[in-house]
Design a protein around this ligand. Structure first.
Ligand code: SAM
Length: 367
C-alpha cells in the first residue's frame, strides 16, 4: 500500500439541475446537493491545483469554534458577540458533496474547536458519510467526551481519530489545558474498545511547560501500541507570543527522545507531515513521530485547505488570507459555480510557504 492509504476515485460528470431545496423539516441534516443546486453546468471531476502544482485534496472542516479546553498554546479568546453565524450542517454536507463529486476531495477531517461539542455531530457524520460514501473521514479531538461517544462515532462513519494529549501527569495536563487527563484516557480506551484503528496521539511541546513529559508520554503511548507525535508550537493567533517564548524545535525533541530510546528513522512518505522513528529497545517498542511545521516546514507537500465553522476557507494555515463561502448560498440555494470560482482563485493564490502572518487562532482554524 502506498502512503496515501485511500486513493479512490469519486464523482463522474453529472448535470446539476436547478430545483427548489427539499429540506427536511427536522434538524437532522440530509444531503441535497444536486437537487438544490443553481448550476446548469456539466461538472467533470476537476482536481484543485494551486499555483505551485500542488493538488489540494484534503479538507479540514471545523464544525464548531466552541471548545471544552483552554490550552495555553491556543488560548481561545473568542467572544460570543463577535462570532458570525455558523454554516448549517446541511450547507457543510452540500459543500463536501460538491468537492467530493467534482473537485477531487480525497480526505475529510472534522475538527474544531472541539468537534464533539457540536450538538448534532452524529447526524452530521451520518450525512457526510451518506453524501461521500468512499471518502476517508477522520476526526481530531481532545477525547474528553469520547468515552460515551466512541461507538456511535464509529457506527456513524468516522474511520480514524487523532487525539490531542499534551501531558500524562494529571496536574500538568490540567495546568496546560484546564481539563482532566483521566477523561482523555477514558476516551482513548473507549476508542480502542469501539474498534477504531489505533488513534494517533498529538502533543504540542512547550519549553518549561510540558517538555519534561516527552519521555513519559512516549512510554505510555508505546505500552498501548499507540503512535505519538510531538509537535512544534506554531506562533499564530492570540498565543503567538507565548508560543514563540516556549518554542521547542524538533531537533531538541529528537535529542530528548534519543537520550532514552534508540531511534531508527522510517522512510519518509509523500504527504506525511511527521518524521517517524521506530523504537525497539527490548521491552519498549513502537513508533514515534515529530512534526516540525516551523523548523523543517513541509509546505512543499501541502494538500490541505481549511474551512472554519462560519464558512471561511483558508488555503494556508500560516496565512491570514481567506475567502468567505457563506455568500455561495442565496436564499438557501447552493451556487456551485460561485463556489468553484472562489475556491479556484483562493487555491491558485496559495503561497509556496506559509508566512506566519496568521491572526486567526487555532481554535477557529482547526489545527
Ligand atoms: N479540540 C480538538 C483537539 O484538541 O484535538 C481539535 C482542534 S485543535 C485546534 C487541533 C490540533 O491543533 C490539536 O492537536 C492541537 O494540539 C493543535 N494545535 C492547537 N494550537 C496549536 C499551535 N499553536 N501549534 C501547534 N499545534 C496546535
Amino acid at each position: 500500500m502506498t502512503c496515501l492509504e485511500h486513493d479512490i476515485g469519486a464523482g463522474d460528470a453529472t448535470i446539476a439541475i436547478g430545483n427548489t431545496a427539499e429540506r427536511m423539516a427536522s434538524d437532522v441534516p440530509r444531503f441535497h446537493t444536486s437537487r438544490s443546486s443553481l448550476s446548469l453546468t456539466v461538472h467533470a471531476n476537476r482536481p484543485l491545483i494551486d499555483g505551485h502544482g500542488r493538488t489540494i485534496d484534503h479538507l479540514r472542516l471545523s464544525v464548531t469554534s466552541a471548545c471544552n479546553l483552554r490550552c495555553l498554546y491556543c488560548r481561545p479568546t473568542i467572544r460570543t458577540s463577535a462570532c458570525r453565524a455558523d454554516l448549517s450542517d446541511a450547507q457543510r454536507v452540500e459543500l463536501v458533496k460538491h468537492l467530493y463529486d467534482h473537485r477531487g476531495l480525497r480526505q475529510l477531517r472534522l475538527t474544531g474547536g472541539e468537534p464533539l461539542m457540536h450538538p448534532a455531530i452524529i447526524p452530521l457524520i451520518e450525512s457526510l458519510r451518506h453524501a461521500a460514501p468512499l471518502l476517508p473521514l477522520a476526526m481530531t479531538t481532545n477525547a474528553l467526551f469520547l468515552a460515551s461517544m466512541a461507538v456511535r462515532l464509529r457506527e456513524a462513519g468516522i474511520d480514524r481519530l487523532n487525539i490531542s494529549l499534551d501531558a500524562i501527569d494529571p496536574s500538568r495536563y490540567r495546568a496546560l489545558t484546564g481539563g482532566r487527563v483521566e477523561d482523555a484516557i477514558r476516551g482513548i480506551d473507549a476508542a480502542l474498545a469501539a474498534g477504531f484503528p489505533s488513534p494517533k496521539l498529538n502533543t504540542v511541546v512547550l519549553d518549561g511547560i510540558n517538555d519534561d513529559q516527552i519521555i513519559e508520554l512516549a512510554r505510555w503511548a508505546m505500552e498501548r501500541a499507540l503512535e505519538i507525535r510531538f509537535l512544534e508550537a506554531m506562533p499564530i493567533g492570540p498565543a503567538a507570543e507565548f508560543n514563540r517564548k516556549h518554542f521547542v524545535p524538533a531537533r531538541r525533541m529528537k535529542a530528548i527522545l534519543a537520550s532514552h530510546f534508540r531511534l531508527a528513522p522510517l522512510e519518509h512518505c509523500d504527504g506525511e507531515t511527521a518524521m517517524r522513528y521506530v523504537v525497539n529497545d527490548g521491552s519498549v517498542r513502537g513508533t514515534i513521530g515529530i512534526i516540525a511545521p516551523i523548523s523543517e516546514s513541509f509546505c512543499g507537500q501541502c494538500r490541505r485547505m481549511r474551512l472554519t465553522a462560519d464558512g471561511k476557507l483558508f488555503p494556508c494555515l500560516l496565512d491570514s488570507r481567506h475567502i468567505d463561502l457563506k455568500d455561495c448560498w442565496q436564499e438557501g440555494i447552493f451556487d456551485s459555480d460561485a463556489v468553484d470560482r472562489l475556491i479556484e482563485q483562493a487555491i491558485f493564490g496559495k503561497n509556496a510557504h506559509g508566512s506566519l502572518h496568521q491572526q486567526t487562532g487555532m481554535i477557529t482554524l482547526g489545527g
